[in-house]
Design a protein around this ligand. Sequence first.
Ligand code: NAD
Length: 503
Amino acid sequence: MSQSVAAEQVIRHWIGGSAFESSSDRVGPVWNPATAQQIAEVCLASAADVDAAVAVAKQAFSAWRLVPLSRRAEIFFRLRGLLESHRDELAQVISTENGKTLADARGEIARGLENVEFACGIPALLKGSYSEQASSNIDVYQLRQPLGVVAGICPFNFPAMVPLWMFPSAIACGNTFVLKPSEKVPSASLMLARLAEEAGLPRGVLNVVQGDKFAVDRLLEHRDVRAISFVGSTPVARSIYQAGTHGGKRVQALGGAKNHMLVLPDADINAAADAAVSAGYGAAGQRCMAISVVVAVGSVADPLIEAIRKRIPTIKIGPGLEDGNEMGPLVTRQQRDRVASFLDAAVQDGATIVVDGRDDPAAKRDGFFLGASLIDHVTPGNRCYDEEIFGPVLSVVRTQTYAEAVNLINENPYGNGTAVFTQNGGAARRFQYDVEVGMVGVNVPVPVPVAYYSFGGWKSSLFGDLHIYGPDSLQFYTRSKVVTSRWPDPGTSKIDLGFPQVR
Ligand code: NAD
């Protein structure tokens, strides 16, 4: 451990209802991105730590799956109240480690809370189905049963919301959970686990293992882990999906994105520019549903780019914990430098830098800050188009026609979110039909579905069959069992070697 980090700033695992001493001395730094100071060290789990968490979760499973549905709902109702009353504290924790503004952190908690509300409805959601007299004196019914121990592996950009996409539904379905937060933002998950226990969740039902690839690999190979929900970048999502399913696990692995905002010539320029700035630069572009490409069709390009350019200097950039700031820093120095490198690449590729975020006064601050950038005349083949940037950079691709624009979006390997800006309902309806993307906004730039729909992209933005949270999560976190039942009158019993038929 480094000399500068005090003992209480070591962030540990949470296993079986208490802080768990790591068996390894591997640790990672936790930064405050707004100051570029290291604020803590986080334990990085060994295989033995992961095994301990899975063993505790496995042991808790047999009792937890017996807990009545109404009692599970009661716990989630209480968790909802506790999250409300600790919202500011949790937002502080998120902002300190991730860098996003307090308002944005409160926003992610609000969206996460929707998933706790969804879990409150578990008695109604887990209802099975029943067919009376499917054959003579035979009834058939379907049950949904939990899987056992399931794991969730999370990215840095939503330290509370993504865990809340996963564990409320999984646990409400009767599973026990091992949560592996991003090592960059380890504290919010610990707070969620403590609050869940305060709400009445029995010890061992929700465990937090801090760690990196090492912990993930152990979860992937552990035979007692039945399912894995992953949210993160595409290369990792793809490999987790492959390794997990190869080992016989159920896996949903949500990956990266390159979200296009299509602006048709009839769109309201000011509304489209406001949306592009909000969705492109909010959270410093570090949202998987952030807009990263504006596709300007025909004559709309020049006035739209001018409207976006004029808005950029009005964005208040600074530490997320300070009131009034609208955009915080990038999460790490490496990420800031990587994002900045796309601007040099854009020039080399022949695109036009309209606004260079490196020139923003905020970029001179001590933290990992970068101003908002706007790049025009971008085309496929440019590095800033081909790669996920995950920073405050908007690229503009100009097309002559709607068909050319939709083709561009459909050819892109990612398919997380997209949006169309138009005043023509018919054009919007055609776009929602044509576009090969999992979540579509009509004049809504960040179309994250409400919790009673499920969230998921297409193509390289999701590996697996079921989307995350909402109705799909009930299928993902349970197995269906169909029972065919007869309570015969002993007088009618006889031998029949034929294949059972409906009669
Ligand atoms: P990441 O892929 O680097 O890390 C995600 C998780 O995987 C972390 O817990 C990390 O410890 C672990 N991990 C990292 N490398 C690994 C490896 N080689 N093997 C096994 N595990 C590994 O992602 P990130 O930088 O934390 O998050 C940003 C990415 O997440 C972006 O690509 C973003 O688009 C994506 N994201 C997607 C969604 C979605 O819903 N599709 C939501 C949020 C973020």
